[in-house]
Design a protein around this ligand. Structure first.
Ligand SMILES: CC(C)(COP(=O)(O)OP(=O)(O)OC[C@H]1O[C@@H](n2cnc3c(N)ncnc32)[C@H](O)[C@@H]1OP(=O)(O)O)[C@@H](O)C(=O)NCCC(=O)NCCS
Length: 181
């Protein structure tokens, strides 16, 4: 399978924020932005792999600034890392007020997408061709993100599950809860 550059699948989508995307005070719902992130991640992953892709996990989503009706939201996505069947897509979200030209960086996050064959089995994706040091740094960062995410999954499935409720209560003593049973 032919290796591909990051530029081959780099994708930007821009969308106008309309009233039906927002709450009563004109701020866009987080779920609308999440849907747009999923869409741009899909396009980028499908271009790189040339296949049908599914979203497996999402990391680092946080809304640093509110997005308002009338703003133009641009989502730029690129393949940061490829494994065997998985791709980590880095997404940068920026919002522009067209009247003033004021730009906000609202979010950067990572979507893990997996490529599938027609029969639903996992498909190997093309390797990435690095074209500059930034491509190397992003690959390295994403590989470490994958490693840390795996460690957290192992921790949640072992340490926490093996903990007694008394030990849990002790470790959260002082937090904002009351026992109601
Ligand atoms: C994700 C999925 C493909 C994993 O299948 P699996 O048989 O457990 O396969 P594996 O454990 O070999 O994982 C396949 C790849 O996904 C990655 N992966 C699996 N779980 C992951 C997770 N929680 N986060 C990030 N990556 C994950 C693995 O690292 C592996 O990557 P690699 O091929 O590059 O090495 C499978 O659970 C699935 O199809 N889920 C549904 C996804 C979907 O339909 N999404 C749409 C939302 S409705």
């Amino acid at each position: 399978m032919e290796a591909r550059t990051v530029d081959f699948s780099r994708t930007t989508i821009t969308e106008l924020m309309i009233p039906s995307f927002a709450n009563f005070s004109g701020k866009v719902h987080g779920g609308i932005l999440l849907g747009m992130m999923d869409k741009v991640a899909y396009v980028c992953a499908a271009k790189h792999s040339g296949a049908y892709c599914v979203t497996v996990s999402v990391d680092g989503v946080e809304f640093k600034e509110p997005v308002e009706v009338g703003e133009l939201v641009s989502l730029s996505a690129s393949v940061n890392y490829v494994g065997n069947s998985s791709m980590i897509i880095g997404i940068r979200v920026e919002s522009l007020k067209p009247k003033t030209g004021q730009k906000k960086h609202t979010n950067s996050c990572y979507f893990t997408m997996v490529a599938k064959n027609e029969d639903g089995s996992l498909m190997q994706v093309p390797k990435l061709i690095f074209q500059n040091n930034e491509d190397i740094r992003r690959f390295w960062d994403a590989k470490n993100l994958k490693k840390m995410r795996n460690e957290i999954t192992v921790m949640l499935n072992t340490e926490v599950k093996e903990m007694s409720f008394d030990a849990m209560l002790q470790s959260i003593e002082g937090d904002r809860f009351e026992l109601g049973f």
